[in-house]
Ligand binder design. Structure first.
Ligand code: IMP
Length: 548
């Protein structure tokens, strides 16, 4: 072998400087390579940087509008199979935000906003309440349906009524089912005053050895309830999305751009709304521009997320009108057939970069909406300049998503449908379970029909099809597998994000954005075979468990 002279290994770092650029591609090189087409999240990767910190040190705080910073960049879509009150509360507790859909009456939507604003972790703000005139059989019925029997009794039989007693399992055991509760209820009550902290209330509950602690106002009216069973599982939520002044959870909800939506929005604002999302598949319209201007002059403190847009020209109009945030995506959603039917849209990575690069200069954050299928997609959206991601399909099928589980081909699933699907546009018609359900097991239930309402249909307005004699679908309807609770799933996304940031070598979203802009965070394009290589391959079979 001829003797080859090598460079001195101790000069390797120095030697890097002899190259005129770092390994991989800068963001503009990556985006210019799209001469061959727009990019999706799967078309590129980030190159690893240097790890000199623990993943736990990574923070994921990010701006979703001009004035709202969340501790995690996660949003749930305003879709009737994704975000209602329960999802919105849980998203906010876990550090994100859920946008309550508007395919329901304004009153129902406002009630969900109110529930988010009133939520105090640990206090049950919508407990089951009965009146003294109810019967023992009513308690047995609640126990059968909901699994508990500690029920407060008020004069009106509802929350806000004067607290008269409480009925527990032992009060109704062996008693005739037709006996009124006035005869069996316990009237020796331990209560706590409204405004008490969770810690203080928990102490009273512990010392009283009771199962439930009713919380009452000065006039003795029931305002909420604390349950011993919850005491044990009471988690604290250090990432919770709260207004700094009031410490109440942030509430967000979607509206359309029709005149009736102004009345809807008034109700939502009265209920405490913080952020309104103007829901349209093509946001650059005179209707939306007028709506933004009207909102800004009528409710100057309300944060307005406008959209959807995929070009900087669309974005510019909405920024001028006063948007505080922009929702980006057209045709990338998992249930979406817009690109196929309308021939309009844009691959999502290219859209997010194009809009974010423009709007971030005006301090208007971008929400990457649609097509998020895993943690990697979230990191990529953020690397392209997004402040947050919005997820539909990834969060559908969780316990907190609306609808009941049912069985489809032996799998436990929940319905998930596009807001531009015919089913959503003809709201009120459930997805026919007979057409879908097979391998039905005990307890299977069809998807929940959308609530019957007298409001104008939100889906038709999102897709500008209310005036058409023929409804043209832009989405499909289907189902997604049971994903368990978002109380486990969102922490997985958050921890996944921390580990990914660590690999890239950035400690927070700002460092990621700065690093990309400065050309220090580097990218690589993935060929079709690189994508195959990057997935699981060559195995006869395998199980894919994502977190434990
Ligand atoms: P996913 O997270 O990929 O499932 O996409 C969810 C997003 O798709 C939503 O936030 C909406 O922006 C969008 N979307 C919802 N319904 C439809 C539809 O029917 N057609 C097209 N896009 C939709």
């Amino acid at each position: 072998m001829p003797n080859k002279s090598y460079l001195d290994p101790s000069t390797a770092l120095e030697h890097l400087k002899t190259y005129d650029h770092s390994d991989g591609l800068s963001i503009s090189e990556l985006m210019n390579s799209r001469i061959h087409g727009g990019l999706t999240y799967n078309d590129f990767l980030m190159l690893p940087g240097k790890i000199d910190f623990a993943a736990g040190e990574v923070t994921t705080e990010s701006k979703i509008t001009r004035n709202v910073v969340l501790k995690t960049p996660f949003m749930s879509s305003p879709m009737d199979t994704v975000t209602e009150g329960e999802m919105a509360i849980s998203m906010a507790l876990l550090g994100g935000i859920g946008v309550i859909h508007h395919n329901q009456t304004p009153e129902a939507q406002a009630a969900m906003v109110r529930a988010v604003k009133r939520h105090e972790n640990g206090f049950i703000t919508d407990p089951v309440v009965l009146s003294p005139k109810h019967l023992v059989e009513d308690v047995l019925d609640v126990k059968e349906r909901l699994g508990f029997s500690g029920i407060p009794i008020t004069d009106t039989g509802s929350l806000g009524g004067k607290l008269l007693g409480i009925v527990t399992n032992r009060d109704v055991q062996f008693r005739p089912e037709t006996l009124p509760l006035s005869e069996v209820m316990t009237t020796q009550l331990v209560t706590a005053p409204e405004g008490i902290t969770l810690v203080e209330a928990n102490h009273i509950l512990r010392d009283s050895k009771k199962g439930k602690l009713p919380i009452v106002d000065k006039e003795g009216r029931l305002t909420s309830l604390l349950a011993r069973s919850d005491l044990l599982k009471n988690q604290t939520y250090p990432l919770a999305s709260k207004r700094p002044e009031s410490k109440q959870l942030y509430a967000a909800a979607a509206v359309g751009t029709r005149p009736a939506d102004r009345d809807r929005l008034k109700l939502l604002v009265e209920a405490g709304l913080d952020i309104v999302v103007i829901d349209s598949s093509q946001g650059n319209s005179i209707f939306q521009i007028d709506m933004i201007k009207w909102i800004k002059s009528t409710f100057p403190k309300l944060e307005v997320i406008a959209g959807n847009v995929v070009t900087r020209e669309q974005a510019a109009s909405l920024i001028v009108a006063g948007a505080d945030g922009l929702r980006v995506g057209m045709g990338s959603g998992s249930i979406c057939i817009t690109q196929e039917v309308m021939a309009v849209g844009r691959p999502q990575a290219t859209s997010v970069h194009a809009v974010a690069e423009f709007s971030n200069q005006f301090g208007v954050p971008v929400i990457a909406d649609g097509g998020i299928g895993n943690v990697g997609h979230i990191v990529k959206a953020l690397s392209l300049g997004a402040g947050a991601v919005m997820m539909g399909g990834l969060l559908a099928g969780t316990t907190e998503a609306p609808g009941e589980y049912f069985y489809h081909e032996g799998k436990r699933v929940k319905a998930y449908r596009g807001m531009g699907s015919l089913e959503a546009m003809e709201q009120g018609k459930p997805i026919p379970p007979s057409a879908k359900v097979s391998g039905v097991g005990a307890g299977s239930k069809p998807s929940k029909p959308a609530k019957s309402t007298s409001h104008e249909n939100a889906a038709t307005s999102r897709y500008f099809s209310e005036s058409s004699a023929v409804k043209v679908a832009q989405g499909v309807s289907g189902d997604v597998q049971d994903k368990g609770s978002i109380k486990a799933f969102l922490p997985y996304l958050h921890t996944g994000l921390q580990h990914s940031f660590q690999d890239i070598g950035v400690r927070n979203v700002q460092e990621l954005h700065d690093g990309v802009r400065a050309g220090n965070v580097r990218f690589e394009l993935r060929t079709a075979s690189a994508q195959v290589e990057g997935g699981v391959h060559g195995l006869h079979s395998y199980t894919k468990r994502l977190f434990a």
